[in-house]
Design a protein around this ligand. Sequence first.
Ligand SMILES: [Zn+2]
Ligand SMILES: [Zn+2]
Length: 696
Amino acid sequence: MPSRLGAVGAAAPTDTHARTPQVPAPVPPDPADGIRARRAGAAIARVEPITTARALRGPFDYLLGEELVGRTRVGSMLVVPFGRQKLLGVVVGLADGSELPRERLLAPLRALEPGIPPELVELARWIAGEYCSTFARALTLVLPPGAAKRLSGRRRRAVAAPRHQAVGAAAAEAPEPGPDQAAALGPLLEALRAGAGGRFLLHGVTGSGKTEVYLRAAEQALAQGRGAIVMVPEIALTPQIVARFVARFGDTVAVLHSRMTPGQRYEQWRRLREGEARVCVGPRSAVFAPVAELGLIVIDEEHDASYKHEGDPRYDARDVAAERAARAGALLLAGSATPRPESVHAMPLLSLPRRVDGRPLPPVEVLDMRGQRAGLHPVTTAALAAVREREGKAIVLLNRRGWSNFVSCRSCGRVWSCPECDVALVLHRGGGYLACHHCGHRERAPAACTDCRSTAVARHGAGTERLEHDLRHALGDATPVFRLDADTAARDGVTGVLGRFERAPSGVLVGTQMVAKGHDFPDVTLGVVVDADSTLRFPDFRAEERTFALVAQLAGRSGRGGANGRVIVQSHAPGTRALRFASVHDAEGFVTEELKRREAFGYPPYSHIVKLQTASPDHQAAMAAADALASAIDVAGGRLLGPTALFKRKGLERFQIELKSFDRALAVQEVREAVELVSASRAGKDVKFSVDVDPQ
Ligand SMILES: [Zn+2]
Ligand SMILES: [Zn+2]
């Protein structure tokens, strides 16, 4: 039942604004709030209203009526009057008194149960500071799924969560751990038993049995009465790990993923909040799962880019996990076949150097594409023909979707580009349209030039759609070709495409980097990277790291479960360090060299980078705001790059500034002050600002 508290101590308006509820005055945060919160009976709730407005700074004081006093604690969710609106607010502190007179305080309209665990409120406070965001925005991360929609007051229809399949004992097989696994488990179990937290990096080649190590660690945490969070890059691409956790722990596992309805996700959240479930498996957002008595956080495939959140706050779930684990005294376990240099630098390393099936990793051949025609090297073509002869399976990776990269007129030179973004449109021949891969703009594919009427329209470069077509043509009907990229995933679903490839007796899977993620096809014998240069060319200090990871991950998909594997990488820069180390499966060697390079150039983890962007429909405004930011930031021992113009995107002109600093806290503080200053000034009018701390 909603509490009706409007009358209790609500503002007794005496002025002409009698009909409008007043906006409460903000109060400064008080570090003693957390202590007071534990005391029952405090009458004032300090509430942070959930709003995206950056200018609004809470918390605001509300007077609790009798029904809410004693029941309200840090993390309670209240519906509060705010100006003319009703807002959802989170209690971030409790107090006996307010700086405002009681008669000016409003009362909450009602409480929503159950609230957020107090430790997640504190985690949100930390995120807001660490990533230059607001407390309110950070709190949206820890709210129960669909919480904002519950404002309407309708009682949530109870939604039965999909019961996890009851799994027989056979499916829940626990191979005794092998010698490598046992060696890795030693320090992990010891740390769990000590209950003092700590963190470890598990470097295990693909197929080395990392999941079994995670399962054993979770088992130990549960045996000690503690809960666990297991983070995976994307549920659709990692069904095996989810299945194994469910098989081992049954109903004590809650699974979170984006394909669930808000009702289903809320039900999983509630089961965790009420302690019915003790283990949460899910993507990035699982780091905010309300697991009580947290004992373990696992980050599987810790190198994966999806752990970085791209909306405000631009948090990195791996760093948030480390912070949450440290606060809870939980063990952090990050695992990967291609660990990040940052992680190797920060954590003690445990190794699983061999595949559990005893098979060697497949040989990797790097083919020199200099002087070759674009497309497939003759060696690649022959290897694919051999797969067809054997009726085997292959995975071919090309990190560009669509038919061709751009379309131009042979007569007048016109290039079709996006009206909203300063980029060329990509041809999607099957759909008969040109598309912008930055804003989603689409238009019909041209039959003739719109400027000179010439019908000589040329297509340049090849994407996955074209490669799929060419392979079909080359391989014939007996060898089906399946395509996995953002386009087919939107149409058929990732699991739909992967399922058809898995069930087919033979075939070729073509796609973007999605094909190199965690899934496991035992009968794949050939992996091909068509254009390793596409990631190498990327103007970013992480270009080599990404290329190494891509090749190594694809190599891990090949030759598992019996058949001998082979991996082919096509590149115009075959001598590149990333490819040299990938060809001998030497992840630790690569990271050691990469860390030396980063130290020499002062890149992360030896420094911190903060990126700022200004965006406006008006070129001058975006540039002036960026200039103002650049002059407002006191670099203090760091280095400032820019402002640099970025290509126009979604109708917005953009400029970027990059700050490299050796003092992260100082850099964040400087940037925060500069953004507040400039956004409130004339230069900030009609300009959007975004801040990315530790960009990926
Ligand atoms: Zn033309
Ligand atoms: Zn566009």
